[in-house]
Design a binder for this molecule. Structure first.
Ligand SMILES: NC(=O)c1ccc[n+]([C@@H]2O[C@H](COP(=O)([O-])OP(=O)(O)OC[C@H]3O[C@@H](n4cnc5c(N)ncnc54)[C@H](OP(=O)(O)O)[C@@H]3O)[C@@H](O)[C@H]2O)c1
Length: 241
């Protein structure tokens, strides 16, 4: 097929599953990460997928990193904006720094990564931008005002940019995972997870990263060319929009 995909936060968690699934589907994949060198090295060793380190919250770093990744792999056809963090606190205790870190990474990071790649996609008349938002961007979540705001912002970004990309052959879509079994979710107190979160998921379990990865592979494909500005909700029936 010869297409190139770049997955932010692609070295572990949901991103790792996405990187692997795209590779299995025939893409040349590049994965970025923020700082966990050990995990990134083990991921490259196991998969043969190249990794690149920069902060998606830093526009200049994104532009330079993307230029390097394109030089080594070819122009990026598929961008998966997956990198994300949580800095949870009830609003009355949330610090400006907790707000800023989450907005910078989860919302501004999507702008920073998409903006340098967009002109090339327009020139080539093909592109796929897939943003990993969250159930908590759809429904809001106490203790996550920063995260919910950023992830809801990603959905607005998706719908607006989809309209701009439509005539240029570029689709822009979002996926809203529910609770998925990754380190981000395992960081939640076990009692809270077992007694408060899992009972709210009608299928009775956490989702698997591979279940999100399969949605990405579909949205990236030629078969999904008429789907743009949409959101795939994958949450085990926990919340309907
Ligand atoms: N897990 C869930 O239940 C769930 C549910 C809904 C939505 N999501 C969303 O799905 C995405 C992936 O979540 P996950 O659970 O797989 O997270 P994770 O296991 O914590 O992995 C996060 C990945 O993002 C990278 N990253 C974090 N901050 C970054 C930054 N500033 N610049 C570049 N890379 C950065 C990390 O790099 P390092 O390895 O270097 O730290 C890591 O590769 C996130 O956007 C998250 O909000 C997750």
């Amino acid at each position: 097929m010869g297409r190139v995909a770049l997955v932010t936060g692609g070295s572990r968690g949901i991103g790792e599953a996405i990187s692997k699934a795209l590779k299995d589907a025939g893409y040349t994949v590049a994965a970025t990460y923020a700082g966990n060198d050990e995990k990134a090295a083990a991921f490259t060793e196991a998969t043969g997928i190249k990794t690149y380190k920069w902060d998606v919250g830093d526009y200049e770093a994104c532009a330079a990193g993307i230029a390097k990744a394109e030089e080594e792999n070819g122009p990026i056809d598929v961008l998966v904006n997956n990198a994300g963090i949580t800095r949870d606190a009830m609003f009355h205790r949330m610090t400006p720094d907790q707000w800023k870190q989450v907005i910078d990474t989860n919302l501004t990071g999507v702008f920073n990564m998409t903006h340098p790649i967009w002109p090339g996609m327009r020139d080539r008349k093909f592109g796929r931008v897939i943003n990993i938002s969250s159930i908590n961007g759809q429904k809001g979540q106490a203790g996550q005002v920063n995260y919910s705001a950023a992830k809801a912002g990603d959905l607005g970004f998706t719908k607006a940019l989809a309209q701009e990309g439509a005539r240029a052959g570029i689709t822009v879509n979002a996926i809203c995972p529910g609770y998925i079994a990754t380190e981000m979710v395992k960081a939640i107190d076990e009692k809270v997870l077992n007694e408060r979160i899992i009972p709210q998921i009608p299928v009775g379990r956490l989702g698997e990263p591979e279940e999100i990865a399969r949605c990405v592979v579909f949205l990236a494909s030629d078969d999904a060319g008429f789907i743009t500005g949409s959101t795939i909700t994958a949450n085990g029936a926990q919340f309907f929009v």
